[in-house]
Design a protein around this ligand. Structure first.
Ligand code: FES
Ligand code: FE
Length: 381
């Protein structure tokens, strides 16, 4: 009986010049590797958690899964945003089981009624008079770092968060070629027009890798390649620095049928008009810029083979208020999402196959994905 060579990984040195190796299949299925990614990537860096406008008034909150932790993000009494671990400091009960909601001025643990302010400080506990030496800040909820940018609340669970500028903003700047390029879109000034959530049966890295390349565009994205003809050639906007893919000649707007879009964002520069820019903010955000709206994806990796993707379509507030029909605008990227996530799921089911134990290959138009793999490996080994 002969056996194939199924183990080990494909080394770059064994491949011809035009090809590079991917990660081996187990990187997409092994719970131990996923646990390392949760601890060393998702909990160590900045994580885009909540659309700030979704918690507009004091007491509004959302709970989000960040790595292994449930985190409460809440609007405080003075309008500031706080985030803390969703764990009662008394005996560890989960404080909030709702995904979102509103409290009057505090969170009360349903077990023994310890009560915490919107800033996480311990306000009261039954029989607290019998514990005169308790330091209420010391037994408050464990706070996590918060930063607001692009209208979203980003949180970081690390004891010493990395510089937001050197990580999140640097990813955007590097992709667009300048820090000013995103300013004209005034993303924080836009308003949610539509949100669709996708429960994807694939590892989060499949979704990142897919977003980074356009080798698949000609095969699976008929509507997108109609609007952006250069995508049919397989080179994604992310293959180049500062490059926006140009709309086709007959295309009026970034819509499912190429018909006119909505009102153009006033700050979009002439050289950005009629172009599509795609940005990956590692590890879990994609930003898509077009002249009349912005599509922002937040990923919530839930297990090695399951990722929740929340996709927001953002428009000028007056466009949303006008009740304008957003369907053709939304439908284009919704189809792209469905096509992409189906492809990711199609790969995910093969990751445990002996055929992929040594990984696969990256063709030249995908070589930049290798940099993402290096980034993951540097963190989890
Ligand atoms: Fe929360 Fe006891 S576990 S009050
Ligand atoms: Fe795609």
């Amino acid at each position: 009986m002969t056996t194939g060579e199924y183990v080990g990984s494909i080394a770059d040195t064994q491949l011809p010049e035009s090809l590079r190796a991917t990660l081996p299949g187990r990187y997409y299925t092994d719970p131990a590797i996923f646990a390392a990614e949760q601890a060393l990537i998702l909990e160590e860096g900045w994580f885009c958690a909540v659309l700030a406008a979704d918690i507009p008034t004091a007491g509004d909150f959302e709970t989000v899964q960040v790595g292994r932790e449930s985190v409460i993000v809440a609007r405080g009494r003075t309008g500031d945003v706080h985030a803390y671990l969703n764990v009662c400091r008394h005996r560890g009960a989960r404080l909030c089981t709702e995904e979102k909601g509103s409290v009057r001025r505090s969170f009360q643990c349903p077990y023994h009624a310890w009560t915490y302010g919107l800033d996480g400080k311990l306000i009261s506990a039954p029989n607290i008079a019998s514990m005169p030496d308790i330091d209420r800040r010391e037994y408050g909820l464990n706070r996590v770092a918060v930063q607001e940018w692009l209208g979203y609340v980003w949180v970081c669970l690390a004891d010493e968060p990395p510089s937001f500028a050197d990580t999140v903003i640097a990813d955007v700047t590097t992709r667009l070629g300048s820090p000013e390029a995103i300013v004209g879109y005034d993303v924080a000034g836009l308003q949610l027009g539509r949100r669709i959530s996708y429960d994807v049966a694939a590892n989060w890295k499949q979704i990142v890798e897919n977003f980074m390349e356009c080798y698949h565009c000609g095969t699976i994205h008929p509507e997108l390649t109609e609007v952006l003809p250069e995508f049919a050639d397989g080179l994604a906007a992310q293959y180049f620095v500062g490059h926006g893919a140009e709309f086709g000649e007959d295309v009026a707007g970034f819509t499912v049928d190429g018909s006119a879009g909505l009102a153009r964002l006033p700050g979009v520069a002439a050289e950005q008009d009629r172009r599509y820019y795609a940005i990956t903010v590692r590890p879990q955000v994609f930003i898509n810029l077009v002249p009349d709206h912005v599509v922002l994806h937040r990923m919530f990796p839930l297990s090695a083979d399951r990722t929740l993707v929340v996709c927001d379509w953002l428009y000028l507030p007056e466009v949303v208020a006008s009740g304008a029909d957003l369907d053709r605008s939304v439908e284009l990227f919704h189809r792209v999402n469905q096509q992409d996530f189906e492809a990711c799921e199609r790969c995910q089911v093969s990751m445990d196959s002996r055929s992929y134990a040594r990984g696969g290959v990256l063709v030249p138009s995908e070589h930049h994905i290798g940099e993402f793999h290096d980034w993951v490996r540097e963190r989890v080994g």
